[in-house]
Write a protein that binds this ligand. Structure first.
Ligand SMILES: Nc1ncnc2c1ncn2[C@@H]1O[C@H](COP(=O)(O)OP(=O)(O)OP(=O)(O)O)[C@@H](O)[C@H]1O
Ligand SMILES: [Mg+2]
Length: 355
């Protein structure tokens, strides 16, 4: 296992007129997998390229263990091929005219490894990713998922200290992708390697990572374990980025301890106040759809509503209720009855953020 921590400190990057990264800092502990999550254009690829050395930040410092890879202060910049990183980019860019074996062997040839050792290590890497017996095929003779694995084999063949993955599963269809993320997590654990994995898919981030960094417009909005990110979002942006949610704009009428009373046109709900929101100020309530409940009678913290429609999604029903201007959805294992008139928001599950 690599015992090297990655330290990224104060990384700024300007491209053209725009500040793309605005002082990003984080640490990756040995053996840890971090998912870099964020909307399109938030700077994920830019940050990964800076770590890989494909681009240089305007400011900041990047170190792997005791080696400084980049330091804008001293001008130190280790070239990409000397950084000891394994890269897998979005389009996994296999060489079409090289066999699978030659694709995987390439990084070793580049490093002038003796031929006999190349053979052993490339075949071992292929075996590691479950592609025994495919060494002599060409990329076009493989499925998308298999090509993906070859790209990973090429990244791990020289025992990098760190894997950098940019949307490694994005070329796969939904079903394959779901299988691949479990497989990828298992591979990273087995190799006991550290990895930074970029994705804009929050489920993928939760599945793959020990820790999630959520990037918004070039800044880290929040970082935490998957459970913290999903269960304890610190901001409205984090809350809405993860999961599927109901959103209730209103006014914070009153605060009692950790709880607050959110009011809107003809409704009021109690929830947990998160962040600095003043009584009397605009606020937004957010609740996950799977926490939203449906009932036939009024209950604590509920709103009267009419059932507009319900769709069957296999393992759950997704129902839409209307209450004045509010559109409220709920996921339930059973279809709602025709008598369902009340939507309940358990107090612990409703978060109230500054609007
Ligand atoms: N060469 C460039 N010149 C100017 N702006 C650029 C350049 N390359 C990227 N950008 C801008 O930098 C921002 C961040 O881009 P980046 O590729 O890092 O986003 P991303 O988070 O990886 O997005 P996606 O999820 O779509 O891949 C975007 O707004 C993009 O338009
Ligand atoms: Mg990108």
């Amino acid at each position: 296992m690599s015992d090297k921590n990655l330290v990224v400190h104060g990384v700024h990057k300007r491209l053209g007129e725009n500040d793309i990264l605005k002082g990003v800092s984080f640490e990756l502990r040995k053996g840890e997998v971090v998912a870099l999550l964020g909307p399109s254009g938030s700077g994920k690829t830019t940050l990964l390229r800076a770590i890989a050395g494909l681009d240089h930040p305007d400011q900041g410092r990047i170190a792997l263990g005791d080696r400084v890879l980049y330091d804008s202060g001293t001008g130190a910049a280790v070239p990409p091929e000397k950084r000891g990183l394994g890269l897998v980019f979005q389009s996994y860019a296999l060489w079409p005219h090289k066999t699978v074996f030659e694709n995987v062997a390439y990084p070793l040839r580049l490093r002038k490894v003796p031929a006999a050792e190349i053979r052993t290590r490339a075949l071992a890497a292929l075996s590691e990713i479950g592609l025994d017996g495919m060494a002599e095929r060409y990329p076009h003779q493989l499925s998308g998922g298999q090509q993906q694995r070859v790209a990973l084999a090429r990244a791990i063949v020289y025992d990098p200290d760190l894997l950098l993955l940019d949307e490694p599963l994005s070329n796969l269809d939904a079903k394959l992708r779901e299988e691949a993320r479990v497989w990828l997590r298992e591979l990273i654990e087995r190799l006991q390697i550290s990895a930074v994995c970029v994705t804009h898919d929050q489920v993928e981030a939760l599945a793959i990572a020990d820790r999630v960094l959520l990037l918004d417009r070039g800044k880290i909005e929040q970082e935490g374990t998957p459970q913290e990110m999903y269960g304890e979002p610190a901001t409205l942006f984090s809350a809405e980025f993860m999961g599927s949610n109901n959103r209730m704009p209103g006014t914070l009428a009153e605060v009692r301890g950790q709880e607050g009373r959110l009011t809107g046109e003809g409704w009021e709900l109690w929830g947990k106040v998160r962040g600095a929101v003043q009584p009397g100020g605009p606020a937004t309530g957010v609740i996950r759809l799977e926490r939203t409940e449906i009932g036939e009678t009024p209950a604590d913290n509920s709103i009267q509503a009419t059932l507009e429609t319900s769709v069957y999604l296999g393992e759950r029903w997704d129902s839409l209720f209307l209450a004045g201007p509010l559109r409220i959805r709920a996921w339930t294992p059973e279809p709602p009855s025709q008598a369902a008139r009340w939507v309940r928001f358990p107090r612990d599950s409703l978060w109230i953020f500054p609007a």
